[in-house]
Structure formats: C-alpha cells, structure tokens
Write a protein that binds this ligand. Structure first.
Ligand SMILES: *Cc1c(COP(=O)(O)O)cnc(C)c1O
Length: 339
C-alpha cells in the first residue's frame, strides 16, 4: 500500500499522539483506555477533517481550483477546517451551512465553529434542514463558474474515496505506533457521521491485515443505514487503492444507540462523557460527535462488552470549538461551580 502515489498537501501535525488515559481507566474499572489524539491535527483547533483535506485540497490544486465549496451543519468542524486549509493555500472558500437543529441560540448560530469560519475569511450561506445539500452546492458552483471561477466541490465531511485516504493513512500510523511500543490493541472506537473516517480506517486496517475490530458510534443515521454508507465508501476507497474487496460487509460495525433526539442534540450521557474526559483527563470532547462516541465507549465498558485486560483505543476526532456554540447546555454546571 503506497499512499505516496496520491497527491497530498502535507499540513497536519502528524503523527498525532497515542496516550493512555490512566484516570479514566481507573474510574471505569474495565479495559485499559488509550486515546489517539486526532483532535491535535494542528489546523485551527484540530480535528479529523484535516487528514482528509490533505488529499482533497491536493486534488483541488491539481485541478487548478481557485475556489472551494463545501457544506455542513451550522457548527460543522469540517467547514471550519476547510476554511482554515483554504486560507493557508490562498483559495477562496464558500460554505453552505444546513440548519439541522433549528436552534435559535445566538452562540450556536454565530460562535464556535461559525466564528472561526468567518475569521478564516470564508463566506457562508444558510440552508434549511433537510435540503439536498449536494444539489445546493452544485447550484452555487455553477454561479461561481459563470463568473469565471475554477471551483472544486468538497462533499460534506470530506467523505469520498479521496478524503478517506486520510484515514487509511491514520490506520497505518496507529498500528505502527502500537507496534513500536508493543501495545496490543483489542478494539478501536470512534464517532461516525459522514462515514469517511470509519471507511478509511477499516480499509487501512484490512489492507494491512491488522486484525483489530473497529466500532463506529453513530451520531445521526440508524445503524443499518450508517453501516451501509460506511461499507459503500470503504469499497470505493479500496478500489482507489488497488485492493478491491479487501473490506467485507461484516467488517463494518456501527452502533447508533447513542444518537438520542437527533444530530447535534446531546443526551445526558453525552454530557457525562464530556465531563469525565474534561475532569479526569483534561481533554475536551464535543457535544455532537466525540461526546457521543465517548458515551458509547463508556457504556460498552460499563456493560462489560470491553473487558478488563483488554486495550481499547478511542480515536478522538476533535470538535471542541463547537463547545462555544453549546454553552447553554452547561449552564447548570456553571451554577454549581461559581463561588
Ligand atoms: C466529522 C466529525 C466526525 C465524524 O467523521 P466522519 O468522517 O464524518 O464520519 C467525528 N467527530 C468530529 C469531531 C467530526 O467533526
């Protein structure tokens, strides 16, 4: 597997650290918990989209683009990392923000990731929840092309075979780190949304025959739908890499039990996970993705599905900038701690 054959802009801070979470491990009394710090990829508070954008932005440059367009939810971490990457490369960036939560909270709508999108110089436009965002991006792209711009469209979450290469690379990086320190990994857990992270990881793990099961914790779609979209993307990614059929349907496992009322709406166990990581490990999760992913991890440990004596790696996909769009959900805690 030779990823150097694909164009790439080297920008992320890699390898990201692999660390043991001693206090969280002790608190839960189950397996040894490790964390792969993809919240520390280095670009505008970090996160998982940066690895994908290294390959996507290189493709944009190869095609001679002067403008990139992408889309996401209002508090999209993908949008923020795309805006920052575009700034670094001197590309114009327009982002379509889909109102998936219907929140009127001014911080949700203008603080956190939205503040950073604009700080990086991206322009944004809003769309109602449930619109066909790919079609909306195409309309905007046509308009800009008519004005003479060379537009490159990045799908939501950067999740296509090109973007997923970033997580094929992450699988190699993680296994190599584990090999170097004699760490036997029994499970990998991560949040899964637009599917590129899990699809790239499972493709990379299978391509090197790592034998490590990967669990995606869903943040939006029901299990079956999530697994299908991860599997479809993994198949296309494996084809791009020249190792077709390396991923089987059974390799793709997602659990959507921790979604709650919907995308971007945290549950009590999401908030508990955020607090545990913050107060035992000094690590910031987010209310949309990593908080739900960690809630799944914690529940699996409490239910004995991950056991004492095993080692679990939680891939931290980032997202802490969104905390500032969600400050209202922590108002109860503020009362308790302000003296
Ligand atoms: C986008 C995102 C995810 C999900 O990754 P996908 O590749 O879209 O499945 C997880 N965590 C955070 C913080 C994200 O921004």
């Amino acid at each position: 597997m030779h990823l150097a054959r694909f164009p790439r802009v080297f920008l992320a801070h890699l390898p990201t650290p692999l660390e043991r979470l001693d206090r969280l491990t002790k608190e839960l009394g189950g397996p040894e918990i490790w964390i792969k710090r993809d919240d520390c990829t280095g670009l505008s508070t970090g996160g998982n989209k940066t690895r994908k954008l290294e390959f996507l932005m290189a493709e944009a440059q190869v095609q001679g683009a002067d403008t990139v367009i992408t889309q996401g939810a209002t508090q999209s971490n993908h949008a923020r990392q795309t805006a920052a990457f575009a700034a670094k490369l001197g590309l114009a960036c327009h982002i379509l923000l889909e109102d998936r939560t219907g929140s009127n909270d001014p911080n949700y709508n203008a603080n956190g990731n939205v503040l950073l999108d604009h700080l990086h110089g991206a322009t944004t436009s809003k769309r109602a929840g449930g619109m066909d965002m790919a079609a909306e991006m195409e309309l905007v792209a046509q308009r800009l092309r008519n004005e003479g711009r060379k537009v490159y469209i990045i799908p939501g979450g950067g999740s296509n075979p090109t973007g997923a290469l970033g997580y094929v690379n992450c699988a190699f990086e993680l296994v190599s780190q584990a090999n170097d320190r004699g760490l036997v990994i029994d499970h990998i857990v991560t949040a899964t949304g637009s599917a590129g992270t899990q699809a790239g990881l499972v493709t990379g793990l299978k391509a090197i025959n790592a034998g490590i099961p990967l669990l995606g914790i869903g943040v939006r779609a029901p299990r079956e739908k999530q697994e299908e979209s991860v599997f479809n993307l993994a198949v296309r990614t494996a084809e791009k890499l020249g190792c077709p059929s390396v991923v089987t349907r059974g390799d793709v496992v997602a659990d959507s039990s921790y979604v709650g009322a919907g995308y971007g709406i945290p549950r009590d166990d999401t908030l508990e996970a955020i607090r545990l990581f913050a107060q035992l490990e000094g690590i910031l999760l987010d209310p949309v993705y990593s908080g739900k992913g960690a809630a799944g991890l914690i529940d699996y440990i409490r239910k004995g599905r991950f056991k004492k004596g095993e080692r679990v790696v939680f891939l931290h996909t980032g997202g802490s900038a969104a905390l500032f769009g969600y400050d209202a959900i922590f108002s109860e805690q503020r009362k308790g701690l302000t003296v």
